[in-house]
Write a protein that binds this ligand. Sequence first.
Ligand SMILES: Cc1cc2nc3c(=O)[nH]c(=O)nc-3n(C[C@H](O)[C@H](O)[C@H](O)COP(=O)(O)OP(=O)(O)OC[C@H]3O[C@@H](n4cnc5c(N)ncnc54)[C@H](O)[C@@H]3O)c2cc1C
Length: 430
Amino acid sequence: MTTSSSHHWDVIIIGAGAAGLMAAASASGRGRRVLLLEKNRKLGVKILMSGGTRCNITHDCGANDIAAAFGQQGKFLHSALAALPPDEVIRMIESEGVTTKVESTGKIFPVSNSAVDVRDALVKIGSRVGANIENEQPVDAIEKTSQPIGANNSRFLIHTKQAILECESVIVTTGGKSYPGCGTTGDGYSWAVRFGHSLVRPVPALTPITCNQSWANDLKGITIEDAEVSIVESMTAAQGITKKNPALDTRRGSFLFTHFGFSGPAVLNASRVITRRPSVGGLSMLCDFVPGVTETELANRFRELADSEGKLSVATALSRILPKRLAGALIRNSEISPDLKSAELSKSQLQTLIHQIKQNRLPICGTLGFKKAEVTAGGIHLSEVNSKNLQSKLVPGLFFAGEILDVDGPIGGFNFQAAFSTGWLAGLNA
Ligand SMILES: Cc1cc2nc3c(=O)[nH]c(=O)nc-3n(C[C@H](O)[C@H](O)[C@H](O)COP(=O)(O)OP(=O)(O)OC[C@H]3O[C@@H](n4cnc5c(N)ncnc54)[C@H](O)[C@@H]3O)c2cc1C
């Protein structure tokens, strides 16, 4: 990257992730003189590591469905999503020669399965319209001048290791605190607080859940494509979910056993309710390993099997619907002999087994926290930022976009879309 000698800019953007790169493109596209500063040697590090280095760019749905995926926070995103909806993100990236594909889950990836292509396309989009992008430029502090300085009407001083830069508007796109090894160490939060902003306590979200049940840890590497997980108080886990004792959250999707506990989209999406609590004690996860089949249907299937293939072992029968190692573990947990024949399965044994399959109770130890969280929940209080232009309501000329805001969505490309759209809208107004 080239280092510009100018110290005066219309707009300085801090953080070259999804939001910063889009902000640079839209602000430069309006003819603003833009400098984008990134602390890392590589631009868009999280884009590069996203989606297992394939980059799940966005989701195959309209702007309203993206907003809806963010729940209450989604209302804040409407203007940004109107300014840059998902199909427009795809059009922009494809116009750089990166064709995309929609997978069966609705996730959109580059056909090349290469996150580098997406990152390079975003850098090209900004550079082509004149944005100056500099890497290895960590910003230490932002200062607001009491009076605009000089002919450039500068309102902010940006302190880097090498220089003090001046600008009229500053867009903070420093991300959250997740994966701090990537440079996202929450720098923007302390600047915002110094400017009088308040924070919704940042907590890890989309982070793996830990559990020390050895039978489950032994299943590491096994994926269930469709499982349903419910996070519940341990009391509820013992008594079952009822209207009076509902689950704290229930998510359906792919589920992965790991050596430390669980991961996969269903688990990651459910992790937020754990990290938001002051302590994780007293929580369990109820797992339904076959959510598409009711308990009654499952019982009927086993009874039919006892009639038609009575000599078939229960273990073999169960491994027709679940991975063999998981089937074996659930049979052991039910204290059923692995050689027991379908016809020999008693009513109470069947009930115990169905409970293991449909309401498996796993005590939660905790989560892997920020270290392995895909996003940060919490951040700059949305009530203090104008959703129509992403400008601070407290400090004119100061803008926030991306994960630094109190917005966090589920797995599926929603988080990039929010970062792209808020970055773009901030750049249109800064
Ligand atoms: C492993 C992983 C996989 C993911 N996969 C997906 C996925 O497939 N799809 C999806 O939608 N979301 C995914 N996410 C989430 C997604 O990466 C984030 O939501 C998104 O990157 C947020 O964009 P952002 O621009 O706000 O912040 P970031 O992408 O985090 O960018 C912030 C940038 O600011 C820089 N910075 C910080 N402080 C300073 C400073 N003081 N000076 C200069 N620069 C600074 C950082 O180095 C960083 O480059 C994933 C996240 C992780 C961790």
